[in-house]
Write a protein that binds this ligand. Structure first.
Ligand SMILES: [Zn+2]
Length: 101
């Protein structure tokens, strides 16, 4: 019985480690601001406008802002949802706002 519990705990630990590795790999390969776990740190809300103004789509088109709001995944993270005016590709950029005044 003890070996069954030990084996179950062992496999549970492997699943937890595999998920942590997968999440780290997935977010680690993403550009800064591409996920709530890798937000762009800002010191002022004006930094959001500046960052959004510098974005362009891979097709060469300009992004327009569709919406902005708080992230449900992290309390100090806001997101901005953009859409390319040329190819309609959507992009979401996340911002860490805990240092804003
Ligand atoms: Zn585009």
């Amino acid at each position: 019985m003890a070996s069954i519990l030990g084996l179950t705990a062992f496999f549970a630990a492997i699943v937890v480690l595999a998920r942590a590795y997968r999440n780290r790999s997935r977010d680690g390969n993403k550009e800064l601001g591409a996920t709530p776990r890798r937000p762009i740190a800002i010191s002022s809300f004006r930094d959001i406008d500046d960052t959004l103004g510098n974005q362009s789509c891979a097709c060469g088109g300009d992004f327009r802002l569709l919406g902005e709001g708080p992230s449900v995944d992290a309390p100090d993270v806001r997101f901005a949802r953009l859409e390319c005016s040329h190819c309609d590709r959507e992009r979401i950029i996340y911002f860490e706002i805990s240092a804003t005044s």
